[in-house]
Design a protein around this ligand. Structure first.
Ligand code: HEC
Length: 144
């Protein structure tokens, strides 16, 4: 019992210093990293560098969709100050544009998931639609 209470205590201490702003930033970095992990598998498939596997492709698309779905909720109403983030100010000055860009990204991923692409020819244009969102959103809403 003592050990149990001690472990709760220790967990509480270590989770305290993480502010909600830091948690939001962590969440959105994790989400984008998961998106990138999926793309790392999907892109070589589309290029014919690895063999097309519809089961793997659809699982990766689903992983990307679930990582990206809550993405908008990781951005608070006001921009954070004094934090390490690549989020551009435009997210807050043009929130509706940002939400729209995110919605289009999600729609394109959903379209690919529900198309259940069985072969490479079906898959290629679906992935091209999805990846066109990366740059168009980053250009406006991400600082480099
Ligand atoms: C709707 C806008 C939007 C779309 C679409 C989008 N991103 Fe991002 N991405 C962002 C923003 C904003 C950041 C910076 C967030 C931050 O640093 O707080 C980011 C950051 C990243 C990062 C850096 C994560 C880190 O660890 O700091 C990677 C990698 C990334 N995106 C990959 C992708 C890929 C690959 C795609 C397309 C498949 C994509 N993104 C689509 C908005 C978007």
């Amino acid at each position: 019992m003592k050990v149990f209470l001690l472990s709760i205590f220790i967990t509480a201490i270590f989770s305290l210093p993480i502010s909600s702003a830091e948690q939001d930033i962590k969440n959105r970095q994790n989400a984008m990293q998961q998106v990138r992990e999926s793309i790392k598998v999907l892109f070589p498939m589309a290029k014919g560098k690895t063999e097309y596997d519809d089961f793997v492709a659809i699982s990766m698309l689903e992983q990307m969709l679930s990582a990206a779905t809550p993405y908008g909720s990781y951005f608070p109403k006001e921009p954070e100050v004094g934090v390490m983030s690549e989020a551009a100010e435009t997210i807050w000055t043009d929130r509706s544009g940002f939400e729209k860009a995110l919605a289009k990204f999600l729609t394109d991923i959903e379209a690919a998931v529900s198309a259940e692409p069985e072969n490479l020819d079906d898959f290629k244009p679906l992935l091209a639609d999805i990846t066109s969102n990366c740059q168009s959103c980053h250009q406006v809403y991400r600082m480099k």
